[in-house]
Design a binder for this molecule. Sequence first.
Ligand SMILES: [Cu+2]
Length: 190
Amino acid sequence: MQEPIKVVCGMIIIASFFLLTVNAYAAGTKKAPTEKQLIASAMSAAPAKVAKGATIVAMEADGKMRTLREGKNGFTCMPDNPATPGPDPMCMDKNAWEWAHAWMGHTAPAPGKVGFMYMLSGGTDGSNTDPYATKPAPNNHWIKTGPHIMIVGADQSFYDMYPKSADPDTSVPYVMWAGTPYQHLMAPVK
Ligand SMILES: [Cu+2]
């Protein structure tokens, strides 16, 4: 069964994060992937055994969140968002899932809930300074990331160990969205 939080969060995701996906489908610019392709994409974000036990969630063309497969290892994986340029499927633990919903819902992440996320297929291009930027702008420090893992919801003292440059060297660990409630560690794995 889905936990209530996932249902609530799914609504928030529909409202914001995947809007680009819906628009891409609606515009007929992208062909909606099959269920098998969605699951394969989502699973590519994590090591095989983690992905195998994870819950897989994806979005319908009409914007509804759909659980493609129930898991039991505490991880939730989502497929690539086809509206963004690079591959960006992700697998996250429960705390990271809650953190992601706080970000998408513009609410404060719960303190003391450190979460972990895999993005082993890489990350989409994004702004390193604006958590809500959707495209490159002159001053939003748009960056490109390769395969990485993310630590979210940690204390300031944790992030203080790492570079917080607006234009970071993405081949070593760095803090993304530094100084915002959604700062997190990005750590390359290749
Ligand atoms: Cu990431």
